[in-house]
Write a protein that binds this ligand. Structure first.
Ligand code: TYD
Length: 229
């Protein structure tokens, strides 16, 4: 959305890639510098979308097929875009979103085997013109990501992986390739990060990507320097 005064950055990649940790770090760094930042996630991010999130991640919609799931992801995205993301961007906020349209392209489109035209139509309706200015793709071997996701779940006392984490390693590897493929096709929007690097280093790389894109109007104005007499 070139016209909006804010900045819309999405974070994509497989499970356990460290997206949420990096979003938290970036948000804190930007806030410290006076930017207004919104941290959000999909599926979810608005009241309506959070209600749909549970249906999707519990696997309750799985028996009804991948089309049903794709439409529910799109319904959640539409609500999130219209009620939260678009208004925030219009106010000059930096929006950091954990997963967005590329997750639907990859999980429902590529590994869900949905026809591209169906996925594209849902995407168009759901985002309604609100495309990310920048997408950071976290790349790491699926086995490493799944192991991290499992450790995180243990740590948080969750004993069962979600509907998508449960799938075969081969499926997760296919998703990795699909994210890389999107990044290759859309180099102006997407930047790939090696998510096996230490957290600190990944954070530095992300800062460097986002820095030139930051909205001037998003910062709390500092008093103009006094002009010499
Ligand atoms: P969550 O625990 O929020 O994700 P993460 O793996 O990023 O920590 O779970 C979101 C799951 O939903 C994840 O497995 C990817 C999946 N998903 C889709 O299949 N399609 C989509 O459009 C989105 C946004 C997510």
């Amino acid at each position: 959305m070139a016209a909006a005064p804010g900045l819309f950055v999405t974070f994509e990649g497989g499970e356990g890639a460290g997206k949420s940790t990096q979003i938290r770090r970036l948000a804190a760094a930007l806030r410290q510098r006076g930017f207004r930042v919104l941290e959000t996630r999909e599926p979810g991010g608005s009241k309506g979308a959070e209600a749909v999130r549970h249906v999707l991640l519990s696997g309750a919609a799985e028996p009804f097929g991948v089309r049903m799931e794709a439409i529910l992801f799109a319904a959640a995205r539409s609500d999130h875009v219209e009620r939260v993301i678009r208004p925030a961007l219009a106010e000059g906020v930096v929006v950091l979103c954990d997963r967005f349209l590329d997750s639907s392209r990859v999980y429902q489109g590529i590994t869900g085997n949905l026809e591209p035209a169906f996925v594209e139509t849902l995407e168009r309706v759901a985002i309604n013109g609100v495309a990310p200015d920048c997408t950071i793709v976290f790349d790491l071997p699926a086995i490493v990501g799944l192991e991290r996701a499992r450790r995180r779940a243990d740590h948080q006392g969750e004993d069962t992986p979600d509907r998508f984490e449960r799938e075969e390693l081969e499926t997760h590897e296919k998703r990795r390739e699909a994210f890389l493929d999107i990044a290759m096709r859309e180099p102006e929007r997407c930047r790939v990060i090696d998510a096996t690097k230490p957290e600190e280093q990944v954070a530095v790389e992300i800062q460097a990507i986002v820095e030139p894109l930051l909205p001037v109007a998003g910062q709390i104005p500092t008093p103009a320097p006094e002009t010499a007499p």
